[in-house]
Design a protein around this ligand. Sequence first.
Ligand code: FAD
Length: 320
Amino acid sequence: MSVIVLVEHTEGVIKKKSLEAVQYASEIAKKMNTTAAAIVAGKATDEEMKNLGQYGAQKVLHVQDDRLNELHARAFTRILVTAAKKESSQVIITLHDVNGSSIAPRVAIQLNAALITGALSYPDLEKGFVVKKSVFSGKAFAFVQAASDKKVITLMPNSFPLIKNEGTATIEKLEVAFEEKDFGVKVKEVNKITGEIPLSDAELVVSGGRGMKGPENWGLIENLAHELGAATACSRPVADAHWRPHHEHVGQTGTTIRPNLYIAAGISGAIQHLAGVSGSKTIVVINKDPEAPFFKAANYGVVGDVTEILPQLTAAVKKF
Ligand code: FAD
């Protein structure tokens, strides 16, 4: 009986949200009086893997195969199923992101396990493994029970603060009998977006909506983001109108973020937008309409024109 967790990395650099998933797995393991093992696939340095011990992993099972530097959902499913059988795992954890969402349901089917997606809490073992998750685009919470012996959980990123401890994990090789069909999708080209802070990992985000009026005004968002060291984001209509690339769109149909600070400029605060940002610790809204619904979700609000307020805010940040 153990808990295993899939770790995501980019060319060996483990993502912050994966450290959170490791911490989540190890806390569940503690509650269950068992151990947590992190599963790392592809190129990763020994140091990065050992450091997973700082977030509670006792050991790392490493699958070394260069084909695993890219996501192959079937191959990663086989890895998790192999690891779960080897470790007699009762709980299998992935992130609730594009990768985790394509792998977790496959693993759950193969292991005949209950699947809980988008978990926001640790399971309440006394109540029979009940987990809190958000439903209806973040407007409500549901408490769901995994009633089967084995459980697969996808963790909503940025649900828990990271706490780093002393500790080091041991590294073991995991042999997996892949089949050719596990690598059926070939990645032909990867276009990297350089020079930007990845949105899902960002602690600070400056975001613009249709109230920015057009892409020619985006310098106002970028200047403030630059001064703060923040990532930039946008509402869906902005991406649909090609003012900004689609990977910046946050909300129900875009990326879910939980930064420490979310600054929304010229965004009305529709329910579908809030679904992706309402977990932010502090929300600042700039809108010229005092009745804009976003003000109800805001910690701080500025009623004013973005073309006047954003430069003033940027100048104020520059002084620090
Ligand atoms: P608007 O609603 O047009 O609001 C613009 C705001 O800017 C207004 O509040 C206005 O007062 C203010 N403003 C105008 N000029 C200025 C100025 N000069 N200075 C200051 N303020 C100004 N939306 C998302 O964002 N993300 C999603 O994931 C998403 N998914 C969706 C899924 C579905 C199935 C559907 C039906 C819709 C979805 N939407 C999503 C769209 C959503 O319903 C809203 O239409 C959208 O969020 C509105 O974007 P906006 O706030 O930028 O634009």
